[in-house]
Unconditional design. Structure first.
Ligand code: FES
Ligand code: FES
Length: 156
């Protein structure tokens, strides 16, 4: 069955079964490989995208549940002011090691800062706890989120 979904502001069509995970549609049907497959069971966060601004595990989100909701992926997050601040902070703090988890980390961080512009450490831990990094970049991630939040405060 053909499903029409809006991804990064563009209507896209996917002729798949209704229970096909969004992650499969993004990567295999639409060729958008920035969103990663890690566990397939909502345990690692590598597949995180935004659905209507909420950080969502695309590996367990069936295509038939999306409807008119807006999907945003790592490919477009830098076009938003918060996404641009987060990506700059990631570069300034040299967060990335192998990189595999990082698109999911950035999607969770941008959703956090959009909803909580000045997060506490507990807010950061709560929002990021589902994003696993086997390289252990957690401290740099936290510092980068704080930098991006500071720029939120400055409006820069
Ligand atoms: S691949 Fe979706 S949470 Fe791990
Ligand atoms: S940077 Fe390697 S898994 Fe996170």
């Amino acid at each position: 069955m053909a499903f029409e979904i809006e991804v990064n502001g563009v209507k896209r069509s996917a002729d798949v079964d209704g229970d096909t995970p969004l992650l499969w549609v993004l990567r295999d049907v639409l060729g958008m490989t920035g969103t990663k497959f890690g566990c397939g069971r909502a345990l690692c966060g590598a597949c995180t995208v935004h659905i209507d601004g909420n950080a969502t595990r695309s590996c367990i989100t069936p295509i038939d549940s999306i409807g008119a909701s807006k999907v945003t992926t790592i490919e477009a997050i830098g076009a938003t002011p918060i996404g641009a601040r987060v990506q700059k902070a990631w570069l300034d703090h040299e967060v990335v090691q192998c990189g595999y988890c990082q698109s999911g980390q950035i999607m969770s961080a941008t959703a956090l800062l959009a909803q909580t512009p000045h997060p506490t450490d507990a807010d950061i831990d709560g929002a990021m706890s589902g994003n696993v990094c086997r390289c252990g970049t957690y401290l740099r991630i936290r510092d980068a989120i704080k930098q991006a939040a500071q720029q939120n405060r400055q409006g820069g």
